[in-house]
Write a protein that binds this ligand. Structure first.
Ligand code: UAG
Ligand code: ATP
Ligand code: API
Ligand code: MG
Length: 488
C-alpha cells in the first residue's frame, strides 16, 4: 500500500520526505523490521522506540511514524501526537478494516475473562458460527493455536489476527480485553457487537494508580460497543459502570444471582461433580447443568448466555453447548490421574479469585483438609501479596507459600511479603521457594479426602526466574510427583 494512502487515514502533525513509497510491512519493534516498511516509535515504560530509528532504517524501514522527529535524512518522517493511538488506525487501514465483517465480543473484568470467552466460543460454534478467540492462553483461528504472550495483543498484532481470521472465513470472534489494552490504545478503532463486564477486584495496582483508575480503564470497553453491553450487577463496580452505561444508546443487559437482573440464576444445586441451576431472562427459561462446580462458573455461564442470546443463538443451543463444555485449561481443573485425594490446578492469582476457589474447596472438603500451594508473580502488583497470604491463612488448613514467576524480583522478598499476610492469621504454613518441592510437600502431606489446590499458574507452561524461562507445568509436575511417590 502507498504510504500516502495510509497517511490519508490518520491525523498528522508534520511530514518530512517522500510519501509515494510502497509500504510492505509495519512494525513497532525495530528488531523485526523488514525492507520497505514503516517503523512506529513508541515511548514505552522500559525504553523509547525513538532510540531505535537508526536500527529500523538499517533493517529496511523507509518511513518512520514518531512523536518527535529524529533527523536521519534517510527515511520519511511522519510526526503525530500519539503513536500508540495512530498505530491502531494505521493497522486497521493497512489490513483493510478486517474486523468489519466479524461479530466481535469483548470481555473485560478482573477475573473470568478467559473462562467466559471459552464458553462463548463453544456456544457460538454450536450454533454454526465460525468463531475465533483471542486471550491469555492462546489465539484460536480455525483449528490453529497460536500461543499468546499478552492477554490482549498490541493493536498492530490484533488487526493482523483479524485479517487472518477474515481470510479463513471466521464470522465471529470473542476476545479478552485487558485493562492494560484499554489504557494503552491496543483496542482503538475496534467496534464490538457485545461488551461484557465480569467483575472488578484489586489487581494490577502497579499499573493503574488506584481501583478507580482501574475501573475507569475497564469502563472504556462499553463505549466501543454497537449491539449490547452485558454487566454483572452483583458486582459493586458492575453496578457503578452499569449506571453510567445505561445512559448510552446501546442497550444494557444485566445478569446476577443475588440482585435483580435481566438474567438471573436460581435454584442452584451444587455437588462435587457439577452444578445445576435455572436461568430466567427475557425469552429465556432454562435449566443448565455445568461440569464446573463453583459459584463463579455460574457467573461466567450467565455472561456467556446473555452475550450469545443477544447474538440470537437459540436457548436450546446455548444449553447444549454449556452442558457439553469441558472447562478451560488450568481453571479449577481436576488432576484426574490422582485419585487418593483431590488435586485442583487453578489460575487464581488475585485475592478475589483465591478466596472464591478456597471457599469452594472448603465447602467440598467438609471435615477434611484444604492444602494450598501458591505464590505471587514478580514485577507485578505487590499490594496483593500479603492480602493473598491472609486469605490462604484463613481458608486453608495448610498453605505452602512458593514461587510464581518471580521474574526479575528476589523470590525470597516476594515470599516474605506473602508470609507477612499469613502471619496475621492462625493458618499453618510452610515456605518452600522451589515450586516443585512445594507441590511435593503438599502431595506427601495430603491424605484421603483432602483437597490440594495448586493456584496461580493454571495453564502456564513455564516458570520465569530472572531472565530464565524454565519449563514448568503445575499439572504435569503434580502427576510426576504422584508417580514418584507411589500415589498413582
Ligand atoms: C506495561 C505494558 O503493558 N508494557 C507492554 C508494552 O511495553 P512498552 O510499550 O512499555 O514498550 P518498551 O518495552 O518500553 O519499548 C518501547 C518500544 O521500543 C521498541 N523497541 C525496543 C527495543 C528494541 O531493540 N527495538 C525497539 O523497537 C519496543 O518494541 C516498543 O515499541 O509493549 C510491549 C510490546 O508489545 C509489551 O511487551 C509490554 O508488555 C509488558 C512486558 C507486560 O508485562 N505487560 C503486561 C503487564 C500486560 O500487558 N498485561 C495485560 C493484562 C494481563 C491480564 O490481566 O490478563 C495483557 O493484556 O496482557
Ligand atoms: N467470574 C469469576 N469471578 C471470580 N473469580 C473467577 C471467576 N472466573 C474465574 N475466576 C477465578 O479466576 C481465575 C482466572 O480465571 P480466568 O483465567 O477466566 O480469568 P481472567 O480474567 O482471564 O484472568 P487474566 O486477567 O489473568 O487473564 C480462575 O482460575 C478462578 O480462580
Ligand atoms: N495476566 C496476569 C497473569 C498473572 C499470572 C501469574 N502466574 C503471574 O505470573 O503473576 C498478569 O500478567 O498479571
Ligand atoms: Mg485471561
Amino acid at each position: 500500500m502507498k504510504l500516502q494512502e495510509l497517511l490519508d487515514y490518520i491525523e498528522i502533525d508534520d511530514v518530512k520526505g517522500d510519501t509515494n513509497q510502497t509500504i510492505e510491512g509495519i512494525y513497532y519493534n525495530s528488531q523485526k523490521v523488514t525492507p520497505n516498511s514503516l517503523f512506529i516509535c513508541i515511548k514505552g515504560f522500559k525504553t523509547d522506540g525513538h532510540l531505535y530509528v537508526e536500527d529500523a532504517i538499517k533493517r529496511g524501514a523507509v518511513a518512520i511514524l514518531c512523536e518527535d522527529i529524529v533527523e536521519t535524512g534517510k527515511a520519511t518522517m511522519i510526526k503525530v501526537k500519539n503513536t500508540r493511538k495512530t498505530m491502531a488506525a494505521i493497522a486497521n487501514k493497512f489490513f483493510d478494516f478486517p474486523s468489519k465483517s466479524i461479530d466481535l465480543v469483548g470481555v473485560t473484568g478482573t477475573n473470568g475473562k478467559t473462562s467466559v470467552t471459552y464458553m462463548i466460543k463453544s456456544i457460538l460454534e454450536k450454533s454454526g458460527r465460525k468463531t475465533g478467540l483471542i486471550g491469555t492462553i492462546a489465539t484460536l483461528v480455525d483449528g490453529e493455536k497460536i500461543d499468546a504472550t499478552r492477554t490482549t495483543p498490541e493493536s498492530l498484532d490484533l488487526q493482523k489476527l483479524f485479517k487472518k481470521m477474515k481470510n479463513v472465513g471466521i464470522d465471529s470472534c470473542v476476545m479478552e480485553v485487558s485493562s492494560h489494552s484499554l489504557d494503552l490504545e491496543r483496542v482503538e478503532e475496534i467496534t464490538y457487537k457485545v461488551g461484557v463486564f465480569t467483575n472488578l477486584s484489586p489487581d494490577h495496582l502497579d499499573f493503574h494508580k488506584d481501583l478507580m483508575s482501574y475501573r475507569e480503564a475497564k469502563k472504556k470497553l462499553f463505549y466501543k460497543t454497537s449491539l449490547c453491553n452485558v454487566i454483572n450487577i452483583d458486582d459493586a463496580d458492575g453496578k457503578v459502570i452499569g449506571k453510567e452505561v445505561k445512559k448510552l444508546d446501546v442497550p444494557l443487559l444485566t445478569y446476577g444471582i443475588e440482585e435483580e437482573a435481566d438474567y438471573v440464576a436460581k435454584n442452584i444445586k451444587m455437588s462435587f461433580k457439577e452444578v445445576t441451576f435455572d436461568v430466567v431472562g427475557p425469552n429465556f427459561n432454562e435449566t443448565i447443568t455445568l461440569g464446573i462446580p463453583v459459584k463463579f462458573a455460574i457467573y461466567n455461564a450467565l455472561a456467556a448466555i446473555v452475550s450469545c442470546h443477544v447474538l440470537k443463538v437459540p436457548a436450546k443451543e446455548i444449553v447444549e453447548a454449556l452442558e457439553e463444555f469441558k472447562g478451560v485449561p488450568g481453571r479449577f481443573e481436576m488432576v484426574k490421574e490422582i485419585e487418593k485425594f483431590s488435586v485442583i490446578v487453578d489460575y487464581a492469582h488475585t485475592p478475589d479469585a483465591l478466596e472464591n476457589v478456597l471457599k469452594a474447596a472448603k465447602g467440598f472438603a467438609k471435615d477434611k483438609r484444604v492444602i494450598t500451594v501458591f505464590g505471587c508473580g514478580g514485577d507485578r502488583d505487590q499490594t496483593k501479596r500479603p492480602v493473598m497470604g491472609q486469605i490462604s491463612g484463613e481458608l486453608s488448613d495448610l498453605t505452602i507459600i512458593t514461587s510464581d514467576n518471580p521474574r526479575t524480583e528476589d523470590p525470597k522478598k516476594i515470599l516474605l511479603m506473602v508470609e507477612e499476610g499469613i502471619g496475621k492469621t492462625n493458618g499453618k504454613y510452610e515456605v518452600i521457594e522451589d515450586r516443585r518441592e512445594a507441590i511435593k510437600y503438599a502431595l506427601k502431606d495430603a491424605t484421603e479426602g483432602d483437597i490440594v489446590i495448586i493456584a496461580g499458574k493454571g495453564h502456564e507452561k513455564t516458570q520465569v526466574i530472572g531472565q530464565e524461562v524454565l519449563v514448568f507445568d503445575d499439572e504435569q509436575v503434580a502427576i510426576e510427583i504422584a508417580r514418584e511417590e507411589g500415589l498413582i
